[in-house]
Design a protein around this ligand. Structure first.
Ligand code: S3P
Length: 167
């Protein structure tokens, strides 16, 4: 089966959905954030705090280049991977790209349940920051994906089934 690549904003369920797909399809799971953390021996939070976003984006790009010839994988990506046009091209060449979409309310609810700290969302007005980031990224997600799934009100199994309907 061709690779499945999950893209989408922070806290839209990429990690949970990719884990479930990986088990169900018996395909290796690679998460770009985890790959970067292992390579750098630092958490994403530490990388942002100590080296800054630009440094992280470079790591993200380099990692994707290394991972781009992998076969039979589920690739879960960081929400900002589409910031770079070359990444968009690479992701589309790697496999079927699925965009997990969610409303701002769903994103906020998921963030409250999540244990992962998102450095870009450590701001006073989280909602405003999410909305402005979404606005600046929506066109890129749309260009990058082969199809999109709205995750609002769906559980993991429902999202997974929806994805598989497209294969
Ligand atoms: C980011 C999303 C995060 C992580 C980093 C930056 C972003 O991944 O890569 O904090 O710019 O949207 P998740 O989408 O898994 O939260």
């Amino acid at each position: 089966m061709e690779n499945i690549v999950l893209i989408g904003f922070m806290a839209t369920g990429k990690s949970c959905v990719s884990r479930s797909l990986s088990k169900k399809l018996n395909m290796e799971l690679i998460d770009t954030d985890m790959y970067i953390e292992q390579k750098e021996n630092m958490s994403i939070k530490e990388i942002f705090n100590k080296k800054g976003e630009k440094y992280f984006r470079n790591l993200e790009k380099q990692s994707l280049e290394i991972l781009s010839n992998k076969k039979n994988i589920i690739l879960s990506t960081g929400g900002g991977i589409i910031s770079n046009d070359q990444n968009i091209e690479l992701l589309r060449k790697m496999g079927r790209v699925v965009w997990l979409k969610a409303s701002t309310d769903t994103i906020i609810r998921n963030l409250e349940k999540s244990k992962i700290e998102r450095p870009l969302l450590k701001v006073e007005n989280k909602k405003q920051k999410i909305e402005s980031l979404l606005k600046s990224r929506i066109d890129k997600y749309s260009r990058c994906c082969h199809f999109e799934i709205n995750t609002d009100g769906k559980n993991i199994d429902e999202v997974v089934s929806n994805i598989l309907l497209n294969f």
